[in-house]
Design a protein around this ligand. Structure first.
Ligand code: SF4
Length: 343
């Protein structure tokens, strides 16, 4: 038995329940989103029908926490360089990290190469089709597994990223935004909303709708084709009591780690890193620094070092972050020098 999610329901801000949705309402939403997607979807290269499952998997990993506009050129270059899992598996890791460039969260590049190694060595260089098999790959979580199974293989799956979750909770539960991550109850609820036919278009459509119309900060409700049945809109769009976590960048360890990685990538590109960059260039004060250490670097590497030094003069902090990079597999230390990993 179902009851309609509508303005008469009064979902509590902290409620973790997810209302059942009446069949006619669900059908209207499904038809509307699918029709909207077929009209309005962006022409992204990984949506082209001849795109390989591997290329789709790469696009999904790159798109996590990174806007499509930054992903697209990097994805094209990446697929030219490493068109199959075996190509990426055989690549030097330093080259992989360099190619990841400024997409952020570079551990994703390492996990992608780990997955490529398993696919190449154990799966005949073929990306597996089911969510269960995909989730067994290193670094592939439930979202990516569902997205690849759906978008690459047309299998019915529940693709739940932040955009999808936001659209669904606004439409049917009357809340401004979802919780930090989906629990079992929400996942089961969302699975019941996936249609039996055109489920790929539904998955891609809700995601795109959340990215372009029902956005986190500025949803275009007046132009929305579902504004008349959207529960959150009908409730007057009440703000959530909790603020979304904003990801600070300036002054964070993440920013400084990124700057250190930029030094290693610049050194790699310039060929400075055959023996790595001396740790002293990061941690010795300007007055005590042997100037030949800087003079021996390429211009781009020296500029990247200067950037690290501008960001922080705290030697302990820089040393700690360098150790973290080594622990995370993003760098190696050899004889007092730091370089991209060599594996
Ligand atoms: S009416 Fe607004 S909040 Fe509701 S689905 Fe449309 S864009 Fe999203």
């Amino acid at each position: 038995m179902t009851h309609r999610a509508g303005p008469e329901s009064n979902p509590s801000e902290s409620s973790t329940t997810f209302p059942q949705v009446a069949e006619p309402v669900l059908r209207r939403v499904q038809d509307t989103i699918i029709a909207w997607f077929e009209e309005a979807a962006r022409d992204l290269p990984w949506r082209h029908p001849d795109t390989s499952a591997w290329a789709i998997l790469v696009s999904e990993i790159m798109s996590q926490q990174t806007p499509v506009s930054r992903v697209e050129p990097r994805w094209r270059a990446w697929m030219d360089q490493w068109p199959t899992p075996a190509d990426l598996a055989a690549a030097p890791t330093a080259e992989v990290l360099h190619a990841w460039d400024r997409l952020g969260y570079p551990r994703r590049a390492l996990r992608l190469q780990d997955a490529a190694e398993v696919i190449a060595a154990d799966l005949d260089n073929q990306v597996p089709e089911t969510t269960e098999e995909l989730e067994r790959l290193p670094g592939i979580g439930s979202y990516t597994a569902a997205a690849v199974s759906s978008f690459a293989f047309g299998r019915k799956a529940t693709v739940l990223d932040t955009n999808v979750r936001r659209v669904l909770v606004r439409l049917f539960a009357g809340r401004e935004r979802p919780t930090t991550s989906p629990g079992r109850e929400e996942t089961a609820w969302a699975a019941n909303l996936v249609p039996d036919v055109k489920h790929v278009e539904w998955n891609a459509g809700v995601m795109e709708f959340g990215a372009l119309v029902c956005t986190a900060r500025n949803p275009d409700c007046p132009a929305c084709p579902l504004h008349d049945i959207c529960t959150w809109n009908q409730l007057g769009r009440p703000a959530s009591a909790t603020k979304p976590k904003t990801q600070k960048w300036a002054g964070t360890d993440r920013q400084l780690r990124g700057a250190i990685m930029d030094v290693l990538k610049a050194a790699h590109a310039a060929g400075d890193d055959r023996h790595g960059v001396s740790l002293d260039v990061f941690t010795t004060s300007v007055t005590e620094l042997d100037p030949t250490l800087i003079d021996s670097l390429s211009e781009s590497t020296a500029a990247a070092v200067a950037r690290v030094r501008e960001l922080s003069a705290d030697r302990d902090r820089i040393s700690r972050l360098m150790t973290d990079l080594v622990t995370d597999g993003l760098a190696q230390k050899i004889d007092g020098r730091l370089a991209l990993p060599n594996r």
